[in-house]
Ligand binder design. Structure first.
Ligand code: UDP
Ligand code: MG
Length: 314
């Protein structure tokens, strides 16, 4: 019988976890004739009682495994740890807040079993429960990255997807420190089927992604999957050189024909500010890539484990 591993990164999810477990348990009961299940919860340095909840679940249900980090390493690190520790033939990543409907698992499983696809992914058709600002920026992000990256990013794509062992092995073989999963999923290729669903509000607890966290995550995605901003910096430089060249010729001719009355200091200052600003902006873009390269070269561990279910089952 095939085994499905359910990878769930959790950060301060003490309220959601029991609900999540009960809900998914209904589905595993429903599918028990078809396949086995394994839960791989990743406690991403939660400050509430998430770890206690996980210990309770692991004691009650031997299918439940967990990995607890030494501190908060972020959702991406949590997903990687889960994927690396999952032992199933098919592996799915899900959020703990039930925004990803477990009921879709059966359809996803059947799709992969049919053999044509390596992955069955989900995307939400709406963005219920998210602020106007977040919706607008998300739309901009997808339209920008769609234009500047060769990797296809599907708008509204969730991290909720069921993948074959082969595809997961390809994903975990990429050990980059700055991880942007939506890009990595797409990078590895394989046949993906998309399912649409209407997203619901979080069942309990609060969202862990505020505006700035998402903003820097978006920058991470762009830097990780496109070098176009660097080309943009170079282009701006070239355009300014051309403008400066035309202006020099203009000024030389003007001086030769009409003489040189000194003037235009205010406009000079404005131009200095503009050019200085653009230079700093372009240096910033280069700096962003340099910073990511710097972090990659250190080869720091992406996560550090403090405890797993094996520790309490001894
Ligand atoms: N999460 C995590 N580490 C973090 C932030 C979030 O493991 O540093 C988990 C969180 O517990 C949840 C999932 O990532 O299971 C998605 O987070 P959330 O629902 O808060 O994000 P949103 O739906 O608002 O984008
Ligand atoms: Mg959520």
């Amino acid at each position: 019988m095939k085994k499905i591993s359910i990878v769930v990164p959790c950060y301060n999810e003490e309220e959601s976890l029991p609900l999540f477990y009960d809900e998914v348990n209904k589905i595993t009961e429903q599918m028990k004739k078809k396949c086995e299940f394994e839960f791989v919860f990743v406690n991403d340095g939660s400050k509430d009682h998430t770890l206690e909840e996980l210990r309770k679940l692991a004691k009650k249900d031997k299918r439940v495994r967990y990995i607890s980090f030494s501190r908060n390493f972020g959702k991406e690190a949590g997903m990687l740890a889960g994927l690396e520790h999952a032992t199933g033939d098919y592996i799915t990543t899900m959020d703990a807040d039930l925004q990803d409907p477990p009921a879709l698992l059966e359809e996803m499983f059947d799709t992969l079993e049919a053999g044509e696809y390596d992955c069955c992914a989900t995307k939400s058709t709406n963005r219920k429960g998210y602020s106007f600002l977040r919706k607008t920026f998300t739309k901009w992000f997808y339209s920008i990255i769609g234009k500047i990256s060769k990797i296809e990013m599907v708008p509204g794509a969730r991290d909720f997807r069921l993948m074959t062992r082969q595809m997961v092995d390809a994903i975990i073989s990429m050990r980059e420190y700055n991880r942007y999963s939506k890009g990595l999923f797409s990078f590895v290729g394989f046949q993906t089927k998309w399912i649409d669903f209407e997203i619901e509000d979080r069942q309990a607890g609060v969202s862990k992604f505020n505006f700035w966290k998402l903003f820097s995550y978006a920058i991470e995605g762009i830097v990780a999957f496109s070098t176009s901003p660097l080309v943009f910096a170079a282009l701006v430089g070239i355009i300014f050189c051309i403008i400066a060249f035309i202006m020099i010729i203009f000024i030389i001719i003007k001086t030769l024909v009409w003489g040189d009355p000194v003037g235009g200091w205010p406009s000079m200052v404005c131009i200095m500010f503009l050019v200085g600003g653009i230079q700093l902006f372009c240096t910033g873009i280069i700096g962003e890539y340099l910073a990511k390269t710097y972090l990659e070269t250190k080869h720091r561990p992406i996560y550090i484990i403090k405890e797993t279910e094996k520790d309490i089952r001894k």
